[in-house]
Design a protein around this ligand. Structure first.
Ligand code: UD1
Ligand code: UDP
Length: 373
């Protein structure tokens, strides 16, 4: 029987690996163990609870305001005993975080086959996004098998001379997660206190802009500009509501609270668990974010997204029209927001439902691929 070890550490990795965990569960061809590095803690636990995943190993590495040096070293060191105990044939890592890169290195040292989920996303600028582009390029070098979400991501890997027979286009597991999540939220007996609280805080007869942001390269000046644009939008459109679930990174939560608290129609809340966040995305008029995962989810929900970055490794939704890159310039964010708010035809051209990132069967394809090896 083949032995799997699935490892993740942050909120987005957990959301995108949960469908794979569920797809391997109870499969008689495999013994599958789950390890969390807990690079995130509360934000990871929210996801584990929603998908009812109980990890076999928990490195519990998160420290307040952690740095890349300590985080990388602690994860590599911590994985040694996990790998020796689980003795996996295959180790699965996701995307571009420090967890993905450090676990990839540890799995290579141990001698397991490294399987990279969400492989091949690239900006080809090693410093942007930082450190994610470096993390995913390195993980791509370490990986034995590459599960690419789209044709473009496969092409990126081929440009780096990755062997074609080791690449499989699967779609993005984020869509598997989205479909599982939406189904759960729509079940008649589903109740959720966060959603009930949102119904109290917000007036859903008014238009809502949903905001998130956390990218390291936006810390400091970029984030200040974004907040300044949000304040302008709020003051220009008093009938509008802006809701911002603020990432727990101290470099985000500090400045955002300082710059935006007290504005009457801006609502700053703690990170929402996945169910409530999906529900709120569905209810919002458009989204302003620098998140990778949200760029992938929004097209499936037909929600326009202003991405507060200069480049993206996810060009598919830009080509399709849902996503617009606005960078961190206050005036550009304001102007683009005004266009979406004031021009109905423009808004409609940006809110067409489409699905460049998958059909919800990515995890099934990964399981079948590994089964055939
Ligand atoms: C990390 C990833 C980034 C990913 C993002 C998703 C790296 C280097 N960065 O960035 O690629 O897009 O997660 O959100 O891998 N914190 C808490 N509780 C939590 C989570 C974070 O308090 O549940 C605080 C802690 O002070 C922690 C800090 O946030 O030290 C930073 O966390 P870290 O994972 O290093 O960076 P992120 O900005 O979250
Ligand atoms: N998300 C969530 N609660 C929030 C904000 C985001 O559950 O308050 C989800 C969102 O639906 C997406 C993922 O978290 O699936 C994105 O995570 P994040 O933006 O932290 O990371 P990135 O995708 O940029 O790596």
């Amino acid at each position: 029987m083949k032995k799997n070890l699935i490892v993740f550490g942050t909120r987005p990795e957990a959301i995108k690996m949960a469908p794979l965990v569920l797809a391997f569960a109870n499969n008689p061809n495999f013994i599958t163990k789950i390890c969390v590095t807990a690079q995130h803690r509360e934000m990871l636990d929210q996801v584990l609870e929603f998908f009812e995943i109980a990890p076999d190993y928990d490195l519990n590495v998160m420290k307040p305001n952690q740095n890349l040096y300590g985080l990388t070293a602690t994860i590599i060191e911590g994985m040694k005993s996990v790998l020796e105990d689980a003795q996996p044939d295959y180790v699965y890592v996701h995307g571009d975080t420090t967890t993905s890169m450090a676990v990839g290195i540890a799995a290579f040292y141990y001698g397991a086959k490294v399987c990279h989920v969400e492989a091949g996303l690239r900006t080809f600028d090693r410093k942007y996004p930082f450190p994610e582009e470096f993390n995913r390029q390195l993980t791509g070098k370490i990986a034995d098998y590459h599960f690419s979400p789209t044709f473009v991501s496969k092409e990126n890997l081929l440009k780096e001379n990755t062997k074609e027979e080791n690449i499989l286009i699967t779609g993005n597991t984020v869509i598997d997660a989205l479909l599982i999540g939406v189904k759960k939220v729509n079940e008649t007996d589903f109740t959720n206190t966060e959603i009930e609280n949102l119904k109290i805080i917000l007036d859903f007869s008014k238009r809502i802009i949903l905001v998130t942001g956390h990218r390291r390269e936006n810390h400091g000046e970029g984030l200040i500009n974004i907040c300044s644009a949000l304040k302008d939008i709020a003051l220009n459109y008093p009938d509008l509501q802006i809701i911002y679930p603020v990432h727990l990174n101290p470099n985000v939560v500090g400045p955002v609270n300082e710059l935006l608290s007290g504005v009457e129609n801006i609502f700053l809340v703690k990170p929402l668990a996945y169910a409530a966040f999906l529900w709120l995305m569905e209810k919002s008029y458009f989204i302003i974010t620098d998140s990778g995962g949200i760029q992938e989810e929004a097209p499936s929900l037909g929600k326009p997204v202003l991405v507060t970055r200069d480049t993206t490794e996810r060009p598919e939704a830009v080509d399709a029209g849902t996503v617009s890159l606005v960078g961190t310039n206050r005036d550009v964010i304001l102007e683009e927001s005004k266009k979406l708010l004031d021009n109905k035809a423009y808004y409609q051209s940006k809110s067409i439902l489409h699905n460049p990132y998958g059909d919800g069967k990515a995890s099934e394809r990964i399981v079948n691929f590994i089964k055939e090896l």
